[in-house]
Design a binder for this molecule. Structure first.
Ligand code: CA
Length: 238
């Protein structure tokens, strides 16, 4: 009966901070994350979370919004104000879009409404951690699925065959690659790719996302890489 504990999954020895005042959920979360091979610490208040981040290094914070004392929005804002740039995934029972957007503007990287599916939470944690280790700007190529993007020659291939992209499609793809795992609003994409700041033309983004998907997705109607984040924008999951 004295079985050895399961070895941590390779590449997952990352340190996560769970900030959650609801004990049963904190236990459920930390047990599952530990089982996935992460190192986990739990704090029940915003103030304790800020102390923990200041005292040691974490790779990601899972942050409940409704906390006694300083709430999750305050914690997130304070982390950014102090210059901590680790990814923050906010958890909340309050599902209003306005609050989701507020959370993202305060510097959260992603947002998950309660009750959440544990597998979705794990997928989002992985996506946020995946974009951490290497500085994308310094890379010379990216590969996702059967697509390779050579940044030096600006050539995109799929299954070894060149993919003809328009300049705007290439810049859109480049923007997604730079911000993989992040939710990008149509306004931000317009600003970064087209260089103007207006929501009037946000359909433009949708049109170019659709043509890009035709070229890089195996099944453009069920995209695996450029995914739609309901009411918020798009996220690159490659
Ligand atoms: Ca709570």
């Amino acid at each position: 009966m004295s079985g050895r504990p399961p070895a941590p999954a390779p590449g997952k020895s990352r340190r996560l901070l769970v900030v959650e005042d609801e004990k049963s959920l904190a236990v459920t979360l930390s047990d599952r994350l530990l089982a996935e091979g992460y190192a986990v610490e739990v704090r029940a208040t915003g103030e304790a979370a800020l102390e923990a981040v200041a005292a040691s290094s974490f790779d990601l914070v899972l942050l409940d919004v409704m906390l006694p004392g300083m709430d999750g929005f305050g914690v997130c804002m304070e982390l950014r104000r102090r210059g901590f740039d680790l990814p923050v995934l906010m958890l909340t029972a309050r599902a209003e879009v306005r609050e989701k957007i507020l959370g993202l503007k305060l510097g959260a990287d992603d947002y998950l409404g309660k009750p959440f599916d544990m597998l979705e939470l794990l997928a989002r944690v992985e996506a946020l951690l995946r974009r951490r280790p290497s500085a994308p700007q310094s890379r010379e190529s990216f590969t996702f699925g059967d697509v390779t993007v050579d940044l030096r020659s600006a050539v995109v291939t799929r299954g070894g065959e060149p993919v003809p992209l328009s300049t705007l499609e290439y810049r859109l793809l480049g923007c997604f690659l730079q911000h993989r795992g992040e939710v990008l609003s149509r306004e931000r994409l317009l600003d970064e790719v087209w260089g103007y700041d207006s929501s009037v033309f946000s359909r433009t983004v949708d049109v170019h996302v659709a043509t890009l998907r035709q070229k890089i997705e195996a099944n453009p109607s069920r995209p695996a890489f450029v995914v739609t984040v309901h009411r918020l924008g798009y996220r690159f999951d490659g």
